[in-house]
Write a protein that binds this ligand. Sequence first.
Ligand SMILES: NC(=O)c1ccc[n+]([C@@H]2O[C@H](COP(=O)([O-])OP(=O)(O)OC[C@H]3O[C@@H](n4cnc5c(N)ncnc54)[C@H](OP(=O)(O)O)[C@@H]3O)[C@@H](O)[C@H]2O)c1
Length: 220
Amino acid sequence: MTKRCALVTGGNRGIGLAIAQGLVGQEMDVVIGARDADAGTTAAKQIGARSIILDVSDPDSIERACDQLGPVDVLVNNAGVLGSGAVLDDPAEFSMSIAVMVAGPYLLMHHLVPGMRDRGYGRVVNLSSGWGAFSDGLEGPASYGVTKAALNALTVAAARTLPDHVKVNAMCPGWVRTRMGGAGATRSPKEGADTAIWLASLGADGPTGGFFRDRKPIDW
Ligand SMILES: NC(=O)c1ccc[n+]([C@@H]2O[C@H](COP(=O)([O-])OP(=O)(O)OC[C@H]3O[C@@H](n4cnc5c(N)ncnc54)[C@H](OP(=O)(O)O)[C@@H]3O)[C@@H](O)[C@H]2O)c1
């Protein structure tokens, strides 16, 4: 059987790299999307994956990468940025956060999901955060919570329009020891990646349009 092709954005380090490694372990043909070509090649070599240049804040880069990739069965929208200060402080930070964590995932889904729908199989995993949950007070610095809440909304709205063979879910990895999470975080990248790997390889009876942490539904 042909291997399923999985694209992991921001897969050159942190949780994305751990997700990519987990999907290689599931016998998928994994492509790391990285904005820096060398970082992507080095990371891909480490885990037996391929890499592609992909800056998710740049619509042209997204279109080029999608053209080069061909059919993608599994899309993991992992790339993320974390600003500082208060939400209304910095319009440039707001725009960049929206570009990386909302518009980029939207465009990737726009380009790749129709093929999944037509081929009869697709899994989309959106790396969100408890900080993007209204139920948790939309915490986090700068625009982070707002963008993750928007990514959650995109997850629900997209899942609603798709047949059950294309599953779109959001997840929170917990507090993870990466450049973003810092050295004091409680989870390893491998632990943070677990729920995303599970969602990326859900069986036909798996959920869609949900929000998960530790493989369990959590409140929006
Ligand atoms: N760490 C946590 O505790 C935590 C908690 C909740 C949710 N999350 C979410 O989990 C995801 C991964 O976080 P992480 O902790 O692994 O973060 P990280 O260590 O800071 O890694 C972020 C990744 O995103 C990439 N990236 C940033 N901007 C990009 C762009 N414009 N185009 C392509 N790639 C871009 C980075 O690439 P470069 O190497 O080129 O910078 C890097 O590969 C994020 O969505 C984050 O919001 C993390």
